[in-house]
Design a protein around this ligand. Sequence first.
Ligand code: DIR
Ligand code: MN
Ligand code: MN
Ligand code: MN
Length: 312
Amino acid sequence: GELGLVAVGFSGGQTKEGVDDGPQVLIESGLLTQISEELGYKIHGNQNVQLFKELTPTADPDYRGMKKPLHASAVTREIAKQTYEQSRQGRMVLTLGGDHSIAIGTIAGTAKATRERHNREMAVIWVDAHTDINTPEQSDSGNIHGMPVAFLTGLAKDDNEEYFGWVKDDMRISVKKLVYIGLRSVDIPERKNLREHGIKAFSMFDVDRHGIGRVMEMALAHIGSDTPIHLSFDVDALDPMWAPSTGTPVRGGLTLREGDYICESVHQTGNLVAVDLVEVNPKLVTAEDAGANETIRAGCSLVRCALGETLL
Ligand code: DIR
Ligand code: MN
Ligand code: MN
Ligand code: MN
């Protein structure tokens, strides 16, 4: 297959440094070699990690409670251009982050491209401990990585292009085509958003009750066949046992095998158009973990599963 790579070292959607090193360590561990040599993909796009330093504004005051909004808006706008360009050519788009704010760009770009190519509304499977659906006004932290789904669904909007106003209707996704898996840390206003808009969500409670096999059946049935799927995978969906090196770990998460199963099931639909892997922070290491190796290995495994490595 043909794959469009977007490697983004961006950490401005939250406050811990190190997540900008995520894509570089994933690549250094051999992920791209595995994708091209073992999985047989031809890799297009910029093969280097993009840091977008030139997009750092001289001043970036809080706006509607958002921290560093100009920078995040400019970077995600550029990412959207790149994912749009790759997806438009029918390539599977792989984005390595970076914090989860970058999904504003990745999904905006692929949503627009799939509308043009398939004349269909794209679905998003958001695998995460968190829902990332705070509007700027609802957010307690002001961290934009807790807001991408609000901007992508239109729950949050802004008229000013410099403050995510560049996200237009054709770049948005429907709340009906959004499915969450792995949730266990959802803020009170976010719960209200899920309820009010009838958003499909499978928490860890649902994974325990039904098993991951049944959860994936239900998730994919909700989306429907013949629907392009963008998989946005926050590594913190995994239990910290498997992925400790991440900014906001929450105990009681998915096993690595459950995470891999999600990726395999989505691959198996044949409808996968894009994968994001985000929030790998190699600078955050726990006492039990000798380094970030476990998290990096887990991240590579998830990506390979989404690209079809393990299916016979
Ligand atoms: C929290 C944490 N809901 C926030 N979000 C995180 O800051 O809005 N997302 N950690 O990944
Ligand atoms: Mn997230
Ligand atoms: Mn998360
Ligand atoms: Mn395949």
